[in-house]
Design a binder for this molecule. Structure first.
Ligand code: C5P
Length: 404
């Protein structure tokens, strides 16, 4: 149970007596470090109060599709974009039927249609209702569309019957959720990633740096660990919590970052340069604080080593991914960088005007030699997982092309 920390879980609750178990589920998810938002159908509110779920999730509970104030705070589309996974527990026979038909007549059914993340259902109903051919057909159809059904379990039911229809226990549901994030697409691969800004000293108290927060690189490091890779994170100064299960090396200057990367690069399968490395450093660093005497002063700058370019020129190079933060002509500039630096892939985004660097969300254009894909505006963690999945797909295709 190590994959749920910081994960954004949308828990849908539909009408059924098993809804009381969802309260415990939320509590346990929070204990795992997950960020949980609860959406309840009208009939779910007959079994358990939104107030209980609000207290346990620490977030307002969403119940209405057409509520102006709720929609203004976080509407169905934003909720769908926000989450990493949707779990509906309990999922009633009625909800399964509505989902099968693509109905969008309340908040939960609508956001299920709008979400492009894994969707898991934990059915809970009377055993006859579960065994009814209509429910069984719905279950088959939902599964064939890529929706995961968890359970139901067999046993005694609240209505006095015995048979299949019990909702899985919260502990089992958490185990299944954990699995969603444990993709194993980069098992046995070594991945080195740079992140954050670098600092170039001017004098003992001043430095040149940039607005990079390191969030994107750290999110990619986490996503790569979840994909099963052995991850080395070489980070400039940031205020972020160091990711777990990652070997972290903290550096300050571009030259330190360069040396740390070159020390690690042997046997590396994938190199991702997410750091905003200072292109230039001061030729001389003043021993003492520079005094403000003259109206103008000159700083002489000299070029730093291009870490990414150097790694991409190794023979053989690892699978090499660069980032391109641009303020204009995004695709054109990124493609130039891809070709000039001989990269396998580049992740490009626009920066400036509160976009990119200091924000929690971003959007990315992923570009490779003969294709590209746009990753829409989303939290950086989500973009990171998508990026890692795309990298894994390319590596597997490259490997299978080499073996044939
Ligand atoms: O050419 P430009 O610096 O814009 O390229 C950006 C990419 O190159 C980023 O992936 C960044 O991490 C990497 N880079 C580097 N070493 C430098 C400068 C940039 O690895 N000195």
């Amino acid at each position: 149970m190590a994959y749920l920390k910081h994960k954004r879980i949308l828990l849908g609750i539909t009408g059924g007596i098993a809804a009381y178990k969802s309260a415990d589920l939320v509590r346990r998810l929070r204990e795992q470090g997950a960020d949980v938002r609860v959406v309840m159908t009208r009939s779910a509110c007959e079994f358990i109060t939104p107030l209980t779920m609000q207290a346990l999730s620490g977030r307002p509970v969403h119940t209405e599709l057409l509520d102006y104030s709720a929609e203004a705070a976080m509407g169905h589309i934003e909720l769908a974009r926000w989450c990493d996974v949707v779990l509906i527990a309990p999922a009633s026979a009625n909800f399964m039927a509505r989902l099968t038909h693509g109905q969008a007549d309340d908040l939960l059914s609508t956001l299920c249609l709008a979400a492009s993340v894994p969707l898991l259902l934990a059915p809970a109903m009377n055993q006859q209702m579960w065994l009814n051919p209509a429910t069984q057909d719905n279950a088959r159809l939902l599964t064939s569309r890529g929706i995961t059904l968890l359970g139901p379990a067999d046993g005694s039911q609240a209505c006095g019957d015995t048979g299949p229809g019990r909702m899985l226990e919260p502990g089992d549901l958490i185990g299944h959720l954990d699995h969603v994030f444990q993709t194993n697409t980069l098992t046995a691969k070594k991945l080195v990633i740079t992140a954050g800004p670098t600092r170039e000293d001017i004098d003992p108290v001043r430095f040149i740096s940039n607005r990079s927060s390191g969030r994107m690189g750290y999110a990619v490091a986490r996503a790569a660990v979840e994909a099963g890779a052995e991850v080395v994170l070489i980070s400039g100064p940031t205020s972020l919590e160091l990711p777990e299960r990652v070997f972290c090396q903290q550096v300050v200057t571009a030259r330190q970052m360069h040396d740390a990367v070159m020390n690690e690069i042997r046997d590396t399968d994938i190199f991702i340069a997410a750091a905003a490395v200072a292109d230039y450093r001061c030729s001389t660093i003043a021993d003492q604080k520079i005094k403000k005497t003259d109206a103008f002063i000159n700083l002489t700058l000299e070029k730093n080593p291009d870490i990414l370019g150097e790694v991409a020129s190794l023979s053989p190079p690892p699978f090499t991914v660069g980032f391109a933060a641009e303020t204009e002509a995004l695709l054109e500039n990124a493609r130039k960088k891809l070709i000039n630096k001989k990269l396998d892939m580049i992740a490009a985004n626009l920066v400036g005007d509160n976009r990119g660097f200091e924000s929690e969300d971003n959007e990315l254009q992923i570009i490779w030699k003969d294709g590209n894909i746009k990753l829409d505006h989303a939290p950086k963690e989500k973009l990171a997982r998508n990026l890692v999945a795309i990298i894994a797909k390319h590596i597997h295709e490259k490997n299978s092309a080499q073996t044939h």
